[in-house]
Design a binder for this molecule. Structure first.
Ligand code: BTX
Length: 330
């Protein structure tokens, strides 16, 4: 975003009441005519700006259409989304963040798109990302962590999404290991974490978040309709995508900061609180055998801990889980 404009929005946002043209002009070191021109541009972008004589300007509301301005307006974060890039259409936000990471963009950089034409899931699966219907966003992180702890950031992201949904609605989100977000047994969100690392240090991580927000039932592709849904479809009403994105970013920052200072315990507890079928018995298959076990919880390395009928505990890194009624295999 053009920086004067960004600063202008930040200033308008800081003040509860109006801010005078003179004050804006002093702070930004540009003429009052220039301020007036910027205001007109913001109005063209769909901002509702009130101008009151002798008091100054105030933003009453930001436009519905997502843009860098509107996403950053009111985003009172310390480090996440200060560099934020919005695109109408991309192949995949993941790829853009990888490029930005290589160019040296900072921790907390966010890329978001209205539509992805090559949205990707784990293991080269496809991620359906229709225009204007969901959150297709990638976050660049530069954590000071050993690579083996990287899976904790995926678990962290899942808890953030679950918390956001709980705070904004009466829906009860559940996290299905490793990282699907379910509502009423159907997937509304997926997380793709990709890491660039050397042997003992992470260079950077890209956390990709895909969240179905406003698709109607028939807008979900037919082949996944039995197992996928959207927030609107489950809550019965339209969601404001920008506010939802801002909510995710604020919570992400807060949770990440807590994780940095206090470690993984709180994430683990929160994940397990939302964990799908935790404490229940499911059937598990690996290449070697099939057995029944109770899901106990997650481990610091992202493994799923299970207990068989003889009381033996085991850590699973990859396995096929038969989730039972309503569930499905990843
Ligand atoms: P995943 O491998 O767990 O899930 C992919 C599987 O989920 C697909 O094979 C399909 O069965 C199903 N699926 C595809 N699209 C959807 C959808 N919209 N809703 C529900 N189920 C679906 C999950 O991978 C990780 C997804 C991350 C997506 C984000 S979006 C921003 C970023 N950019 C990008 O290209 N990927 C990430």
């Amino acid at each position: 975003m053009e920086s004067t404009r960004k600063q202008l929005i930040e200033l308008l946002n800081k003040k509860d009441g109006h801010i005078s043209g003179q004050e804006l002009s002093n702070q930004l070191n540009i003429s009052r005519t220039a301020i007036w021109k910027h205001m007109n541009e913001l109005k063209k972008d769909g901002y509702d700006i009130e101008a009151v004589q002798r008091k100054g300007y105030k933003i009453l509301s930001s436009p519905d259409k997502m843009s860098e301005n509107t996403l950053q307006w009111g985003l009172d974060t310390e480090w996440i989304g200060h560099q934020l890039f919005h695109y109408d259409q991309v192949e995949s936000t993941q790829e853009i963040v990888h490029q930005m990471a290589k160019q040296g963009k900072p921790h907390g950089t966010v890329v978001i798109a209205d539509e992805q034409v090559k949205g990707k899931g784990r293991m080269a699966r496809k991620w359906d990302s229709p225009k204007g219907k969901g959150i297709w966003m990638s976050i660049l992180l530069r954590p000071n962590l050993p690579p083996f702890k990287a899976p904790q950031l995926t678990l962290l992201a899942a808890t953030v999404l679950a918390e956001m949904i709980s705070e904004r609605s009466a829906l009860v989100p559940q996290i299905k290991w490793p990282n699907d977000l379910l509502i009423h047994h159907k997937k509304v969100s997926g997380i793709l974490t990709e890491m660039q690392a050397e042997q003992d240090a992470i260079q950077y991580i890209v956390v990709g978040i895909g969240m179905n927000v406003n698709q109607n039932g028939e807008e979900i592709p037919e082949d996944i309709r039995h197992k996928a849904s959207s927030l609107k479809n489950e809550a019965g009403e339209e969601w404001n995508i920008q506010e939802t994105v801002q909510h995710i970013l604020r919570l992400f920052e807060r949770t990440y900061d807590q994780y940095e200072s206090d470690g993984f315990e709180a994430i683990k507890a929160n994940w397990e609180k939302h964990g799908y079928r935790i404490g229940e018995e499911v059937t598990i298959s690996t290449m070697k055998r099939t057995w029944k076990a109770t899901l106990v919880g997650i481990e610091p390395d992202g493994a799923l801990c299970v207990r068989d009928r003889d009381g033996n505990h085991e850590k699973l890194y990859s396995a096929e889980i038969h989730w039972g009624e309503g569930g499905y295999h990843a």
